[in-house]
Design a protein around this ligand. Structure first.
Ligand SMILES: *Cc1c(COP(=O)(O)O)cnc(C)c1O
Length: 383
């Protein structure tokens, strides 16, 4: 039996290595050494911590196994993962990206990449024809997020992978919302899969990390070269925390997803809620497309309230959820996208994208759903 044959729940627990090869310890220790002894002047398996260490390798191997990649990479944040993956592009290249995407990625793509000579076109990626129209001779990359953040727009991954393959364009997908348990983009033809492991993979709102994995060994080599050359690597301590979080992903995600679907049903019926975005509803635009490429709706949803005053009341009165720009923790998290997760996007652009001031994102935690509902329902009362 090799790791490749193991089912996801088993891989999450056992990962690539399930005990320390030197001591048999049940968890890979936090190898903090910055450098490694070279017996008789010769490097062994490890030579210097930036280039490799067993704690980081644990999570790098885990993400590759979980996503079906050949090689994985761990970075100190999700944004470092996004930036490092996009370093596969070079000056003069053109990138196509979604209009609706995580605010930090929008900031990187719209302010940093252009300074490096990479032009970016933001289009509605739910329409493969819009992507085709945006493609130019210099286009070398397509960046995707599905479901998108915060409006849950669904992009057809197979269709985009096909468009890209014919033209030798690299496809990048931020798979943070789905995790490898619900969506495995490499199998659908995507080239580079990115995660903010700060969210579901870490799962406890107590660390920052980013992961990247690829199937093509040549891309793997280039990413390894950049990671070692640039030096954005996940620390041994955070690698340990991330490995620990990954072990319980399945039980956490299943519990969170169940809570999200119950809260989505109830919120949708609530008079204070004008509109709810959750791909779990059969009548949600893109529902079928989503379930043709993913096995669950996930644990995050967004809703618009009838009036700005209701948002203020909700954020002031809610007691259980933490009110913060994040998601994927064991605790329920409420985010005011306008002022938190998408603060980097100028107001006029947000208006145009229909990311309104009345929009709230909810990442369901694993609390008792009846407590969550009692709290939310009380906070949504109109008086
Ligand atoms: C949070 C997030 C990121 C950025 O990750 P950090 O760990 O905060 O740097 C990227 N993409 C998505 C979808 C996210 O939710």
């Amino acid at each position: 039996m090799t790791e490749k044959n193991l089912r996801p729940a088993t891989l999450l627990v056992h990962q690539g290595k399930d005990r320390d090869p030197y001591t048999g310890a049940a968890a890979i220790p936090i190898y903090t050494a910055s450098t490694y002894h070279h017996p008789e002047g010769k490097a062994g398996e490890y030579d210097y911590c930036r280039s490799g260490n067993p704690s980081r390798e644990q999570v790098e191997e885990a993400i590759a196994l979980l996503e079906g990649g050949t090689r994985g990479f761990a970075y100190p944040t999700g944004m470092a993962a996004v930036g490092s993956a996009l370093a596969l592009l070079r000056s003069g290249d053109h990138l196509v990206a979604p209009e609706d995407l995580y605010g930090g990625s929008w900031r990187y793509l719209s302010t940093v990449l252009p300074q490096q000579g990479i032009e970016v076109s933001f289009v509605d990626t739910t329409e493969p024809s819009a992507i085709e129209r945006a493609i130019r001779p210099a286009t070398r990359g397509i960046f995707l997020e599905t479901p998108s953040n915060p409006l849950f727009k669904i992009t057809d991954l197979r269709a985009v992978a096909e468009i890209a393959r014919r033209r030798e364009i690299l496809t990048f997908l931020d798979n943070t919302f789905m995790t490898p348990l619900l969506q495995r983009p490499l199998a659908l033809g995507i080239d580079v899969v990115i995660h903010s492991a700060t969210k579901f993979l870490g799962g406890h709102s107590d660390l920052m990390a980013g992961l990247v994995t690829v199937a093509d060994p040549e891309l793997g080599k280039r990413l390894k070269h950049f990671q070692n050359a640039f030096g954005a690597v996940l620390s041994p301590f955070d690698s340990f925390l991330l490995s620990r979080g990954i072990k319980t992903l399945k039980v956490r995600l299943e519990a969170s997803q169940k809570n999200a679907s119950i809260l989505a049903e109830r919120l949708r019926e609530h008079p204070a809620v004008a509109r709810l975005y959750y791909p779990g509803f059969p009548d949600f635009p893109g529902h079928e497309r989503h379930f043709s490429q993913a096995s669950g709706a996930g644990a995050v949803l967004s809703f618009e309230l009838q009036e700005p005053a209701a948002v203020e009341r909700l954020l002031r009165r809610a007691r259980l959820p933490i009110i913060a720009p994040s998601l994927g923790g064991v605790e329920t998290i409420l985010t005011h996208c306008w002022s938190m997760s998408h603060a980097a996007i100028p107001a006029a652009v947000k208006e145009q994208l229909r990311i309104r001031k009345t929009l709230v994102r909810l990442s369901a935690g694993i609390e008792d759903v009846e407590d969550l509902w009692d709290d939310l329902a009380a906070a949504l009362e109109s008086n």
